[in-house]
Write a protein that binds this ligand. Structure first.
Ligand code: ARG
Length: 575
């Protein structure tokens, strides 16, 4: 990567300056290299001279000039210009040849462009999706599914061993409630909706008759003890739900490696509980078992209720223990809503207190809520927005757009159907991915399906446009034939953007932020469309210019495709 090369050069220059006694001895600080906000300041810029100036108490611009002088002696081919500017930045301008070379690299590496081996030998577990049995697959779980899957793909692209785990909510006191409800009022049909209705009914009735709560607790205890009828009812609930979840996964094209629900860890709760007692992390308190955090750093957290039933936290602790032993991960990512921040803090801190994870990092990707333009998306009291309906609506709306569009007229019925699905689902996914995960998401159909804005359809459209150019030109891309030319502004803008892709992928992983990749690709697509509108490609003369522009087109298409792949969105050839 060019960035790394520049870093090495700077380091080498500083060392040489020290050797020549032009700079005093000091430990070389971390060298930060950024892309300047404005292109007039070059492609890369570093403030290292300012950092050094502080260390040696000298004027920063003098240090910058000194390093600059040393760098310039090297006459590096991949740099067109290096400059030292006030108050002490050093700016780097890439040469046309290195920018063109990147095009060759893209065409050579194809779908691997942007990938790397930095994660080799490392393992990450991604806990995502994780809907609850007997409750509908809500729109909040959709966020977790989409963002979690994107993170999975990104880490994999960087050479990590990835383990996706769907931590299904299939255990807990709510099953006691369901068992009571099913016993009392029976299931009419076997659907998640029916279970949801029963659950709502239970709460209504329990307001009038508090004894029901007690019964439910008893039933959950029976379940934990393995009592037969309780088990049977529970199992039925799980089956009904999984079938429905699978429909959603299929529709949005997602497959998660494991689905080890909370119930999977049943046999392990006891050992975890004993360990917390032995290590004096948990205390008995009014019959319950509670973790008290030193110095009241966090509010106490319950491990066992006074009737001995386990909690969400007990189950999460057992899960951590299992995962550490089985996979020895370097990193565990929890893609879970921001409303569970406290729970996960309590979990991570408990793991710390138990001394389990000396070499494992834990991170909570705490996603925001979905909102409609008018307010909150899901409502309480059983009125949840159903995900399948949202996805069907997306496809339906896209179909309408295709029917009305010019290009749509040339498509067959099957093509239209296929595209409506790819684009509709892609649009919903992208809406989740292009904004920082911590932000609340506004669900606004006009924006989501906007062919001109930062949306999946816009990117897909740009990709289809590139494909159509390439098809018309019947391009056999011959990257070795691409020659360095003097670029026009629009070409240069594309070239000064596209090479950043590998860097951006890495940064997206480091910061758990798919939105970085989305913003990058949107920017690139806009630059390409501008170029496309201003310059002829297929009719460009002379032949070298045509090859060059076709090569740009092929490269933009490739990077678009790689990006869409990473974020789990299909790229249609036609649209
Ligand atoms: N099932 C939970 C919920 O819907 C999410 C589980 C998240 N993962 C975890 N390890 N706690 O609220």
């Amino acid at each position: 990567m060019i960035r790394e090369e520049i870093k090495k050069l700077i380091e080498k220059s500083i060392k040489e300056l020290q050797k020549d006694k032009k700079l005093p001895k000091f430990d070389i600080p971390e060298i930060k290299i950024e892309h300047p906000e404005e292109k007039v300041h070059g492609d890369y810029s570093t403030n290292v001279a300012m950092v050094i100036a502080k260390l040696v108490r000298k004027n920063p611009i003098e240090i910058a000039k000194l390093i600059n002088w040393k760098l310039e002696i090297g006459n590096w081919k991949f740099l067109n210009k290096i400059e030292a500017v006030e108050p002490g930045f050093i700016n780097f301008f890439l040469s046309n040849s290195v920018l063109t070379k990147e095009l060759k690299i893209i065409l050579k590496e194809k779908e691997k462009y942007g990938s790397s081996k930095v994660g080799k030998g490392k393992t990450v577990i991604i806990d995502y999706s994780s809907p609850n049995i007997a409750k509908p697959f809500g729109i909040g779980h959709l966020r977790s599914t989409i963002i979690g899957q994107a993170l999975y793909n990104i880490y994999k692209f960087l050479g990590w061993k990835c383990i996706g785990d769907n931590h299904l909510g299939d255990w807990g006191t709510q099953f006691g409630k369901l068992i009571v409800a099913i016993k009392k009022w029976r299931m009419k049909d076997f659907s998640v909706r029916e279970l949801e209705n029963l659950y709502v009914k239970f709460h209504k009735e329990a307001e009038k008759n508090p004894k029901l709560e007690e019964e439910a607790r008893r039933e959950f205890k029976n379940l934990e003890k393995g009592e037969k009828t309780a088990r049977k009812t529970w199992k039925k609930c799980v089956e009904i739900s999984l079938k429905e979840f699978d429909k959603v996964y299929k529709l949005i094209g997602i497959k998660i490696d494991y689905a080890l629900g909370e119930s999977f860890y049943q046999g392990m709760f006891e050992a975890v509980v004993q360990e917390t007692i032995k290590k004096e992390i948990a205390l008995k308190s009014q019959g319950a078992l509670v973790i008290k955090y030193p110095k009241d750093k966090l509010p106490p957290a319950m491990l066992l209720k006074s009737d001995g039933a386990t909690t969400y936290l007990t189950r999460d602790l057992a899960t951590v223990k299992y995962r550490l032993k089985k996979w020895k991960p370097d990193l565990i990512i929890y893609e879970v809503g921001a409303d569970q921040k406290l729970h996960l803090k309590q979990l991570f801190e408990a793991v710390e207190l138990l001394g389990w994870a000396k070499r494992t990092e834990f991170f909570h990707v705490a996603h925001g809520l979905y909102r409609t333009k008018t307010g909150k998306f899901s409502t309480r009291k059983g009125k949840t927005i159903h995900l399948e309906e949202v996805l069907k609506e997306a496809i339906e709306k896209t179909r309408e757009i295709i029917e009305k569009s010019e290009t749509g007229q040339e498509l067959s019925k099957e093509e239209k159907e296929k595209i409506a699905k790819i684009v509709g689902i892609g649009a919903v996914k992208y809406n989740d991915l292009f904004q920082h995960y911590s932000k609340d998401i506004i669900f606004d159909w006009d924006k989501i399906l906007n062919l001109k804005g930062n949306s999946a359809p816009y990117l897909q459209y740009t990709f289809a446009r590139c494909q159509s150019v390439l098809k018309k030109a019947k391009l056999e891309t011959e990257p070795e034939k691409v020659e360095v030319l003097t670029f026009n502004k629009e070409e240069k803008d594309i070239l000064r953007e596209i090479y950043k892709f590998p860097e951006i992928v890495k940064e997206a992983a480091d910061r758990f932020s798919s939105n970085l990749i989305c913003n990058f690709i949107f920017d690139l697509a806009q630059k390409y469309n501008l170029f496309y509108n201003l310059h002829s490609i297929i009719k460009a003369q002379p032949a070298e210019l045509k090859i060059f522009r076709l090569t740009i087109t092929a490269c933009v298409a490739q990077v678009l495709k790689n990006t869409l792949n990473l974020i789990g969105i299909s790229a249609p050839e036609k649209m």
